[in-house]
Design a protein around this ligand. Sequence first.
Ligand code: ZN
Length: 649
Amino acid sequence: MSKFPQFKIDLDNFISDLNSRLEENNKKVEELLKTPKKTYTNFVKPLLMMEEYLDQFFTPLSHINAVNNSEKTQEVYSASIPIITEYSTKLSQNLDIYNAYKEIYKNEKTSLNYEQNRVLELNIEHFELSGAHLDNKTKARLQEINIRTSELSNNFSQNLLDATNEYKYIIDDEKDVDGIPESDKENARSEEDGVAKYKFTLQLPSYISYMTYGKNAAIREELYRAYVTRSPQNAAIIDELLSLKNEMSKLLGFDNYAQYSIASKMAKNEKSVVDFLDKLAKNSKEQAQVELKELQSIAPDELKSFDTAYYSEILKKKSYDIDEEEYRPYFEQNSVIDGMFTFLNKLFGFKFKKVDEKLWNDKASSYDLYTNEKLTARLYFDLEARENKRGGAWMHNWQSHCKDEEGEEQLASAFIVCNFPPSSETTPSLLRHDDIVTLFHEMGHTIHHLLSSVDENDVSGVNGVEWDAVEFPSQFLENFAYEPKVLKLFATHYTTGEILPNEMIEKLVKSKNFQSAMGMLRQLEFSIFDFKLHSNIYKGDEVQALLNSIREDTSLIKAPEYNKFQNGFSHIFAGGYAAGYYSYKWAEVLSADAFYSVVDEGIFDSPTAKKYLDIVLKGGGSKSMEVLFHELMGRDPDTDKLLRLNGIK
Ligand SMILES: [Zn+2]
């Protein structure tokens, strides 16, 4: 019998199937709670497996809704969301489960293995970070705060969206749109009494287009001013959000929100985050100044904030521009995939074999992964763009490696979805280099999930991995897409068979690192501002004062007084990144560090790569990434490796 379920979904009966499953689950929870002497084996394991099977049942629906979207999938999907949300909320607030976990942890801590202890620790922590264990009055207040903060976040986004939509700038002088790419010009164009007019807005594609290509500095300034002064009413929302988040953290026993945020992350304490960001900023500054000088040298006047994108584009064209079309014939999709498999085989020793099965689309395919000839996992590809498929790229895990209640091994499976140029009978799918980076990135997530050797599904593969570490395996793998040794495994011209020349590879790397130090400083400015803002109490003008003081170090071009960037910083005020924006850089350091160890060992047959497989990939979420990283490298992460990756000396 196959170790993997066949991919199928019954949309007509999905909701009734879901309801009956949930009903059964609820009954099962009640029964489990009646168990007189609860243990990991008789209580935790059955609960975990119950959730695993529910995920396995539900995942095909969200997958099919994303890749074969139709009215029917939308209807079923949106009908299912409130049902599943209500079920999960009830479960996550069930104090009897929380108390049972605590009791089991107390009784069995010394006899359970580290995977089982980790499951209990994470679940208990999860309950406690939501305040489930506190007295009723505190819980009621926490609930109020939750409702109000989601309202405020929602208003924040809405204000920003309204401000973005309200604004337009009309250009009626043809010479002011000179240099704007034809397609952007076409989008902006309308005709009035036979005269062409061009409308630019604060919607990103339109805004970025003028800021990057628009020759008229006065118009650029006007657009810039409109952009950075959007939604001034968000300042009051920021004040209230900061105060509520602070209150919430204190009710949960933390000094401030930053402390609360990192409680469930890899970063140990606030100081380690601040020191980490400061160090990167300090080390990037000198090169950023050099980059700015180079940029300044091609501008007639002193560079202003609204000039950088425009002159950067000119400089990039002049020095580093690469013509994507020249590259694409070297990156035929099938040859890229075969090459990626060869690369993974040379690095880690595992193999992929194509599976012959019918899937949701003719272009989708599946592969079995074998380690030492042993069937280990299954991977599904849906790589080409088509109608009714959501844009972008992602990995979605389906089954997680574990042992079920009977001790039977369950293998892992996952989907990789991309939107590559479609192939046809007559034309192959030729990728851009960016597509390859994306494929490697998603493959990095995927093998993190598939190679797990953990027996507890809750901390197996990508499950239970800290938020600031989850991009480590994806970025690690993505870095190899720039390595000549790796590219040469598959980058052969699809008609001539010629291998991608070294000069073309060098150009790729150079253009990746164009103005990397300036870019780094900008990201650090956001990260430091976000983290410090949530480490203390700031209100009114103090918010701006904090931002200004950070900019002293990170902003080489002084932002104008009117710039109120914070009022549009929706990542942290409306997007769940509060005191967590640093995570981007945090994971990048882990990945750059491990990556260079492998590169410096010659890539193939690298002992560090083998260790990475055994420790990081097999370990999944069973230990903190802090611990796994130390087991891998024998030391703390080295920020210099990220600088090296960005070409910063
Ligand atoms: Zn990712």
